[in-house]
Design a protein around this ligand. Structure first.
Ligand code: SF4
Length: 764
């Protein structure tokens, strides 16, 4: 596919008829039921829909391929443990519209690539392996055996294994992920970029440094028992909808909620629980007690203002800080306090964009308790100072001793069903030596200790033609990645691109010289291998590992499981030199779990523990105040205020999801919780900024970012006046990922800074 065609595909001239309404101040309720039923009835018959809704996220059922929100340990709802967006994900996955050789014979790669991500995603489930030969315009059928051999040949023809990139998306199960990293390491590289590089990598870095583990410390039960929950940089109603049920329980138990977000998201204003007739009739539960409309990337300034108020109270009244906890369990307190005192309260208030009145409301809630949980998502992690953002919120929790006890702690909420599990079982481009030693001891080969490519480094490597083969286990790499045109060119430089997927997406249409699409089983589909029906496992945001087992017959007989694909490619590539009996794993996944038990901490008796209906918790030091940091204690940290200097007319843009979207999968064109309907090429702007730039509602504009001397353009967007802080704006991804520079990322974590990009709005 020609690169200019990509730019053309990314700049459609036509618009749908955009409708906007005043955003609602309530969420879920009848609207969610209606939307879930509509989506289900579009793709499933009544029997299938009933089966799916009875088994999704239920004990012994299958895990929703959506986000990684945990399921209750105890009773699960008989009405269903899923949300509207979980049903959207499921419905599209179990659809019966199958695309194969006929479809690809009718539609050239260029023709498909000229479609929007929404249209491409509606093509249907992939039914059989497809191959795009060098110079060809259409994909054609290929047998699995030929496909495996082709991958093996390309990998073995490379000069070094470091010329290959092995990407993982967060839906890959523990079993497939463990085998994948094992294959890649035996093949001889650590080029294991994964989607967490683009989402919570900064959380992992900040939490490992301060608390000794890169995961959240709380359980679902803690959320119910918290007295104060601060939700920052997260929109649960769209991205983790069942979290609202947990927050509702917290409120019922007397807990308070603070929402910190540039946007007044409906789900943090009010929640109408569709499983409560009383709530449905009475209009739902008020969520946030305090809403702080922070300016984009004003989080450190806001928290410093809060911390300065707490310090002032501590120095005047005492008994604010948990001094015993600080003395026994932390390190760096004095240096932290000394540094904090160098900041000016009024300057922090001004830089936060939040009024002093609201800050004082937050302070009084923080003063009232030490059962404090802070939840966050991309609104904190996709900034250049993302690691500082997260370290600063940990500072507050440490002062209050709100770590490692009931109702208190950290809660980074993962956006993909097994993104945390993938990292736990070894999908890590910079894995610790201890893990590599265990691999060597167990399998008798010495994995490279050279750190591999993260996502950003992989794109650079392909762009510079240092990497020549791209292998994607799930995901939609191109649409998820920043700097779309640059990333597209990088992928097209490859000799081979391979994607293991369930549905067609844009990454299949931006190819290397040769390309393969390998269709795999969906989460709800039964997986039979030689030893019988297989179960797999995933890990949720709170470190619970549980089983997932398909319930429906596969939509095509020519699908393979991800485990089977990985094993066959490993065998095909390494058969002359491997020390591992790869094909045996494909016959019986319990063998994989036996190996994980030997190599990864916390998986003792894995196979038997997986039979426990609610699964099992992995060890978590921060949860029990066993801080495995460089000091052996929880570390206070010193974090700077970001220094934004905007020129006249410049805005800070954040890319966001609409309500009809899960990561790069676009289910529909509406964003009902923001009152935006039927169009995605929009920019939400502050109305005073529109006035200052003389822009009308629905005026068509171009957007431009300039970073390190490089100008990037995204054309044809409609302006919408929205309740967003001054000098801030919001657009949807993947449409504006083209404006996100590859070299603008979080320090140390290399997470693309998609939530704070300086742009200009250009009148047409
Ligand atoms: S909250 Fe997340 S995991 Fe649960 S059903 Fe919804 S999308 Fe799926």
């Amino acid at each position: 596919m020609s690169l200019s065609a990509i730019e053309k595909a990314n700049t459609p001239e036509d618009f749908n008829e955009l409708k906007t309404k005043t955003p609602p101040t309530n969420s879920v309720g009848f609207g969610a039921i209606k939307s879930a039923v509509q989506q289900a009835s579009k793709y499933m018959n009544a029997v299938e829909a009933f089966k799916v809704s009875l088994k999704i996220n239920q004990k012994g059922g299958f895990d929703c391929p959506g986000c990684a929100w945990p399921d209750p340990d105890d009773d699960r709802s008989v009405f269903g443990e899923y949300c509207e967006n979980g049903m959207k994900a499921m419905a599209e996955e179990v659809q019966k519209k199958i695309i194969g050789s006929d479809f690809f014979a009718q539609h050239s790669v260029d023709e498909l690539a000229a479609m929007t991500d929404f249209e491409i995603g509606k093509s249907g489930r992939l039914g059989s392996p497809m191959f795009l030969a060098e110079g060809a315009t259409h994909y054609q059928s290929i047998s699995w055996e030929e496909a495996y051999a082709k991958v093996g040949k390309h990998l073995n023809n490379l000069n070094t294994p470091d010329e290959a990139v092995f990407y993982t998306s967060g839906r890959t199960t523990n079993e497939a992920a463990f085998l994948y990293q094992l294959f890649v390491r035996e093949y001889g590289t650590a080029n294991l970029p994964d989607c967490s590089n683009m989402c919570h990598e900064a959380s992992g870095k900040a939490l490992s440094e301060t608390l000794g583990i890169g995961k959240g410390s709380v359980t679902l039960d803690d959320l119910y028992k918290a007295e104060l929950v601060i939700v920052i940089g997260q929109n649960p109603a769209t991205n983790h909808p069942r979290m609202l049920t947990a927050l509702e329980k917290c409120k019922k138990n007397g807990g308070k909620i603070v929402a910190i977000n540039p946007l007044p998201e409906a789900g943090l204003i009010k929640f109408t629980n569709p499983q409560s007739p009383y709530k449905m009739l009475t209009g739902g539960t008020k969520m946030a007690d305090v809403f702080a409309p922070v300016t984009i990337n004003g989080d450190v300034a806001l928290f410093k203002a809060i911390l300065l108020q707490l310090l002032q109270k501590e120095e005047t009244e005492g008994n604010i800080f948990d001094k015993e906890f600080i003395k026994d369990h932390t390190s760096g307190y004095d240096a932290f306090i000394l540094d904090l005192k160098t900041y000016d309260f009024n300057e922090c208030v001004a830089l936060s964009g939040v009024s002093e009145e609201i800050i004082q409301q937050i302070v009084s809630l923080v003063l009232s308790t030490d059962k404090i949980i802070i939840c966050w998502a991309m609104g904190l992690t996709q900034h250049q100072n993302a690691v500082d953002n997260i370290r600063e919120i940990v500072n507050l929790l440490l002062l209050k001793g709100s770590i490692g006890k009931e109702g208190a702690g950290t809660c980074p909420v993962r956006g993909h069903s097994n993104v945390q599990g993938d990292r736990t079982v070894g999908i890590w481009e910079s894995a610790p030596q201890a893990f590599l030693d265990k691999i060597e001891n167990k399998y008798g080969f010495k994995p490279t200790t050279k750190h591999g490519y993260s996502v950003i480094e992989a794109i650079e490597g392909m762009y510079k033609k240092e990497a020549k083969v791209f292998f994607g286990l799930g995901g939609n790499f191109l649409s998820a990645a920043p700097d779309t045109n640059y990333t597209a060119e990088a992928l097209s430089n490859c000799n081979l691109t391979v994607h293991v997927s369930t549905k067609l997406n844009r990454s299949h249409l931006v190819t290397g010289k040769e390309a393969l699409i390998l269709p795999c089983l969906g989460r709800a589909e039964k997986d039979y291998q030689k030893s019988g029906e297989q179960i797999q496992s995933v890990e949720n945001s709170m470190g619970v590992v549980s089983s997932t087992k398909g319930i429906l017959d596969p939509c095509s007989e020519d699908l393979k499981s991800e485990v089977s694909v990985v094993c066959n490619i490993a065998y095909e590539t390494l058969k002359n030199r491997t020390k591992i009996n790869w094909l045996s794993y494909a016959d019986d996944y319990s063998l994989v779990r036996d190996d994980i038990e030997e190599v990864v901490n916390g998986f003792d008796n894995y196979n038997s523990k997986l039979k426990q209906p609610a699964g099992f918790y992995l060890p978590n030091g921060a949860r029990v105040r066993d801080f495995k940091t460089n000091t052996g204690k929880a570390n206070f940290s010193l974090n700077k205020l970001p220094n934004w200097k905007l020129k006249e007319g410049e805005l800070v843009m954040m890319t966001i999801r609409s309500h009809d979207q899960f990561n790069t999968t676009i289910y529909g064109l509406d964003d009902r919780y923001r009152g935006i309907f039927n169009e995605r090429r929009i920019i939400m702007m502050n109305r005073d900024d529109m006035l200052a730039q003389n822009l009308e509602e629905q005026q068509i504009v171009n957007l431009q970012s300039v970073f390190n001397g490089v100008t990037r353009k995204a054309n044809n967007f409609k302006v919408i006046g929205y309740d967003i802080p001054k000098n801030c704006c919001a657009t949807y991804f993947p449409e504006t990922n083209v404006l996100v520079p590859l070299d603008s990322y979080a320090h140390t974590a290399k997470t693309p800074s998609s939530k704070s990009i300086v742009i200009s709005v250009i009148k047409k």
